[in-house]
Write a protein that binds this ligand. Structure first.
Ligand code: C5P
Length: 219
């Protein structure tokens, strides 16, 4: 006699994706090279498993995966507000977004016209953005939280420190070659000391693997 595998409980998954834009004035901003591909693949993979997915997307040109609820945001502060709200009802948070660490201290109402003064140099004052992952990590409860770390050159030690500081269950370490690319090499570090390396895999394949992660059982 064959027994049917027990039905998996549907999870409420929140995924963040893409860069944030931090405006200097109405037409200029500080941004980064993130395409949002990894986050969109994660949302697609979670929805395909039957999870209920909220995708909080920075400014990117990506099609919304089927069955995913998308919330578009621009700045890190917008992303924090939207993610915090979705997090309240979530079982899983995957922070794949490349959140800007800094924003201009002042957003000018009109165009920044520093050059009109004839100056050859200008200074843009920056202030620190909130760390979304660390903020929500402090209210983790029994949620599963996965963060990303993009490091240039190694960075395993820094990624492990990040996992501790931001209170995540896993950190996915990748390097700058992942930006805009379809494939990536990642090291999935778990707070239980586990390490899984996925070498030169498509982001779709990496996403399928990541949405299967469970909370590590603490010894
Ligand atoms: O500190 P670092 O930016 O390398 O950390 C990367 C991780 O933290 C990513 O998961 C990113 O989404 C998240 N992050 C965040 N808020 C920030 C900066 C990074 O949630 N202001």
């Amino acid at each position: 006699m064959t027994t049917r595998p027990s039905k998996r409980r549907k999870r409420r998954v929140v995924v963040t994706a893409g860069p944030t834009h931090e405006h200097v004035d109405p037409v200029r901003y500080l941004g980064n090279e993130s395409s949002g591909k990894m986050g969109f693949e994660l949302a697609r993979a979670a929805a395909a498993r039957g999870d209920s997915v909220v995708l909080i997307a920075g400014p990117v040109h990506q099609e919304t995966p089927k069955g995913v609820k998308r919330v578009d945001v621009v700045s890190a502060r917008d992303m924090l507000a939207a993610t915090r709200e979705a997090f309240e009802r979530a079982d899983v948070l995957i922070m794949a977004a490349a959140v800007a660490d800094w924003r201009p201290k002042r957003r000018r109402a009109g165009k920044w016209r520093e050059k009109d003064s004839g100056a050859e140099e200008a200074t843009l004052e920056l202030v620190k953005n909130p760390d979304i992952l660390a903020t929500l990590g402090r209210r983790k409860g029994d949620r599963l939280i996965v963060g990303f770390a993009l490091e240039t050159g190694g960075g395993r030690r820094r990624a492990l420190a990040k996992m501790q500081r931001k209170n995540t269950d896993y950190i996915v370490l990748n390097d700058a070659s992942a930006l805009r690319a379809d494939a990536s090499t990642v090291l999935i570090l778990g707070c239980d000391g586990s390490e899984v390396r996925l070498e030169n895999r498509s982001k779709r394949e990496i996403a399928r693997r990541l949405v299967r992660l469970e909370r590590p059982v603490s010894g």
